[in-house]
Design a protein around this ligand. Structure first.
Ligand code: G1P
Length: 290
């Protein structure tokens, strides 16, 4: 199955990271030296995505600038023979004409953000990536999902088990047939109370969806938190289209949360050849109270 287009909902306010996000989009917060949104775009590219659709909002123009050429900077780096830095910033710009920006004019929820991309997606299956969910691993999560969707057809969401007390933060699966890798989705509930959650298998911010999801998003029904929820529209696809949760390989970090963000910084730092030794030694000393 070929998935050519991906939606990046980046309209959120990032209130959990104030004051850092007062003038800076939360998706531009860096893990080590790369903004969160760039990790998501690189993951999408590694999965074969060719069109990158950003659903932005007010105050998010830094994202557009980030994925564009900066001639002055490139010129400067070039004149100073900073070849590696130059290659890095050039590589991060998607090919011309393959990036689109549309605005979510009101903060009505994730489902509404995805719906804002409907005309740019058209009538083909597509991916959604939430940059807050950052995954460290050899094999990019979305690539694994594209492969899985090739086996199952229909919809595939990335899933992982979470502690039961955290189900209220996620879309949670009611699980049908389950082979340990792919779990058939029999139902989906957005942010259920732990006592009512049908399982602890929860949706992480990676989706492959059939375009029919837009039919349901168009109904603009309000769900959990009074928002138009992607989960609710996805739930309506069950039965009409194959629907599976993929337990991906890799470690997921919730970078929408301060502790998760710090953990990601440490883990991605330790995964870097140029930082591993210094950061590792510092952490050992810190833990030992030296
Ligand atoms: C969103 C989705 C939720 C999903 C989560 C993954 O919630 O609504 O179903 O499990 O992302 O991170 P949010 O984190 O935006 O509240």
């Amino acid at each position: 199955m070929q998935i050519r287009k991906a939606v990046f909902p980046v309209g959120g306010l990032g209130t959990r990271f104030l004051p850092a996000t007062k003038a800076l989009p939360k998706e531009m917060l860096p893990i080590v030296d790369k903004p969160l949104i760039q990790y998501a775009v690189e993951e999408a590219r590694a999965a074969g995505i060719e069109e990158f659709i950003f659903v932005t909002g007010r105050g998010k123009t830094a994202i557009e600038d980030h994925f564009d050429h900066s001639y002055e900077l490139e010129d400067l780096l070039s004149s100073r023979d900073k070849d590696q830095a130059l290659a890095q910033i050039r590589d991060s710009v998607p090919p011309a004409g393959q990036v689109a920006y549309t605005r979510q004019q009101e903060p009505l929820g994730l489902g509404h953000a995805v719906w804002c991309a409907r005309n740019l997606i058209g009538d083909e299956p597509f991916a959604v990536l939430l940059a807050d969910d950052l995954i460290l691993g050899e094999d990019p999560c979305l690539r694994q999902m594209v492969e899985a969707a090739g086996e199952t057809g229909g919809n595939v969401v990335a899933v992982m088990d979470v502690p039961r007390e955290h189900t209220g933060r996620y879309g949670v699966l009611d699980v049908g047939a389950d082979d340990g890798r792919l779990a058939e989705v029999r139902g989906l509930v957005e942010k259920p109370d732990p006592a009512e959650a049908p399982s602890t298998l929860s949706v992480i911010g990676r989706y492959i969806l059939v375009p029919e999801v837009f039919d349901y998003l168009s109904q603009m029904e309000r769900g959990a938190g009074g928002e138009i929820q992607l989960t609710d529209a996805m739930a309506k696809l069950i039965g009409d289209h194959p629907f599976y949760g993929l337990r991906f390989t890799g470690t997921r970090f919730d970078c929408g949360d301060k502790l998760g963000f710090l953990k990601a910084t440490v883990a991605f730092g330790l995964a870097r050849d140029d930082l591993q030794e210094g950061l590792g030694a510092f952490l050992e000393d810190l833990v030992a109270g030296r």
